[in-house]
Design a protein around this ligand. Sequence first.
Ligand SMILES: [Fe+2]
Length: 224
Amino acid sequence: MKILDDGVRTAITDFCMIFSKRLQGLRRYSECLELAGNQLPQLLLDRSLMTTLVEHIAAGADYPDVRVPTLFDNELLLYQEQSRLFSLRMYLWGPGEYTAPHDHNSWGVIGTVTAGFEVINYRREDDGSREGYARLAAQPAIQLQAGQTASTLPLNDGIHKTGNPGGETIITLSIYGRPLSRGYLQGFNVATARVYRILSPKRKKIALACQALQGLERAEGSRG
Ligand SMILES: [Fe+2]
């Protein structure tokens, strides 16, 4: 594992220590979003720091560490506050790459280093009473310029899809608040109104193993 200039880790840690002090004591989502929305552009517009971070990733350096497990395969953990108060994450988006519509377990502020990042928010129109079903209405797409941010909220109040409509790879940063203990996100198929769970690779393997065990036990039972 290559160790490049460690100043990049220090710069991110310094930002996060200051952010952490300011965030502690804030209770309302609106206050957290305002703080993160005001602070994140400081990193987004630091071209030299962002370039160095991406150089580190490209070179397989020890920070940011591509081996740290994340929910999405284009995601890198830059900082996790010890008590899980917040985390800072980088995302890399190839041309035309989008998430599926999904919700979150926390408040979040999403900002772009590179112009043209797209955010599409959805309003949930059903009452949530039918298991595995959700009717969503897409709101007009928002395209962010370099240094601009958008915000999200937990569960049904923050359903969105994000991605890169352009031809160049985009770099974004997100700050997420303390997560609810649900252990998964919900993904939404807008066309079929189907809701499904998005699990981390680790949780997915465990869930599939449990299902496979149940299948083996059923097969054993029908034989005996
Ligand atoms: Fe998201």
